[in-house]
Design a protein around this ligand. Structure first.
Ligand code: ATP
Ligand code: MG
Length: 376
């Protein structure tokens, strides 16, 4: 399809589309050529895909508040809504599913067709009836669970990997359904969804959200996404368990995670302890946990390397042999170095544990242990 038609689908001028083309990344999925917007800043959502004459819109970035009491009215005040819907924020990886030329494809956040997710979804949820009824739907959700090649996290009741829908948009326009319609439709099509805690009046929502977040925190869950009932405005807020869990993970691979990643999570903890008006004793407990998250994970890593081992991002996946093959090929194709640590058969599936090599952490820590002098 010519750029002219794509620009119309995207609702942009010809020259704006020309400018965008320079930033599009070209890819191929099983012989199907497509282009996607790999990053922000081009006036089109990151993750937007141009494929086979069709457009699949990116999933919008969700803003965050550091202070619930101020952030909620600030974010939703102009949306002419009296209430906000509060849903659980699940910790996994984002996926958008669309039907193109009769085939379901699962796209990553940045707009890459993930061959693993595309295949594994088939056994997790039957989306055919939904797409029969709504061919231009874009099913947005999170892939969660411990046997997960990107973001593994334990959830009670999820032994391997599972899908939870949290949004429904038109794939061409990116327009969302209202929260009510979306939840009702997913229920009708028997698609599992993220939990809805309820709808709360904006005045006073902060107190209710705070209570929900405390409960989620106690269960080591990630947090909440608040939404205007029409589905157009979002706001996220996370638990200390999530902030600290991320920090522990990042400090176990300290030179492979950007410093801004760590800094942002530390700052969240600062604002939470103040907004929640913690006593000295409670704040000290938080400080202690924060310190442990940072130091103990780093200590483990340094010790592992000191003893001659290597560290990396370890994942286990369970799927058919073919699905595992395409996943490993896909990850290697993205420049990742993988080490296969275990590979066995179980109930007809292949269960593989692999480790994504994190070069910088291994090399730097080895050097420092060898006495490398730091100029700082
Ligand atoms: P971005 O905000 O751009 O998605 P990020 O990696 O910083 O990037 P997160 O901090 O994880 O993302 O927060 C947003 C993501 O949360 C969404 O992209 C989505 O994958 C996930 N998510 C989990 N549960 C929900 C939910 N109930 N509603 C909306 N998004 C959810
Ligand atoms: Mg996430």
């Amino acid at each position: 399809m010519s750029g002219t038609e794509y620009h119309r689908l995207l609702g942009m001028g010809e020259s704006a589309f020309e400018a965008l083309t320079a930033h599009l990344e070209e890819r191929n999925y099983e012989g199907l050529e497509y282009r996607h917007v790999p990053d922000y800043r081009h006036g089109v959502e990151r993750g937007t895909v141009l494929i086979d004459g069709e457009v699949v819109r990116g999933f919008p970035k969700i803003p965050r508040t550091l202070v619930l009491a101020e952030g909620i009215p600030e974010r939703f005040g102009d949306h002419e809504c009296e209430r906000i819907a509060v849903e659980e924020k699940l910790n996994g990886y984002n996926v958008r599913v669309a039907r193109l030329d009769g085939e379901l494809l699962a796209f990553s956040r940045s707009g890459i067709v993930c061959p693993f997710t595309t295949r594994i979804l088939e056994r997790l949820v039957d989306l055919e009836p939904l797409f029969e009824a709504h061919p231009t739907a874009m099913v947005c959700g999170e892939m969660i669970g411990p046997e997960n090649p990107y973001t593994a996290h334990e959830y009670p009741g999820v032994d391997s990997i599972a899908f939870r829908a949290f949004d429904w948009r038109d794939r061409e326009s990116g327009e969302p359904l209202s929260v009510g319609d979306r939840r009702e439709r997913y229920e009708r099509f028997d698609v599992p969804q993220t939990r809805l805690f309820g709808r709360y009046e904006i005045d006073g929502a902060a107190d209710s959200v705070c209570e929900i977040v405390r409960e989620l925190d106690a269960e080591d869950r990630e947090g909440v996404v608040m939404k205007s009932p029409d589905g157009t405005a979002h706001l996220k807020y996370t638990t200390a368990a999530s902030n600290q869990g991320d920090l522990a993970y990042a400090f176990s691979l300290p030179f492979d995670y950007g410093k801004p990643f760590m800094f942002r999570r530390l700052i969240r903890e600062g604002f939470q302890t103040v907004e929640w008006d913690e006593s000295d004793e409670t704040a000290r407990k938080r400080a202690h946990e924060l310190g442990e998250a940072i130091l103990l994970s780093m200590r483990d890593t340094i010790e592992t390397i000191d003893e001659g081992g290597t560290v990396g991002e370890r994942h286990t996946v369970r799927a058919s042999s073919e699905t595992i093959e395409v996943l490993l090929e896909h990850l290697r194709g993205q420049g990742l170095q993988l080490e296969i640590e275990a590979d066995r058969r179980e109930d007809g599936d292949r269960v593989v544990t692999f480790c994504k090599r994190t070069q910088a952490t291994n090399d730097k820590i080895r050097n420092y242990l060898d006495g490398h002098i730091v100029e700082e």
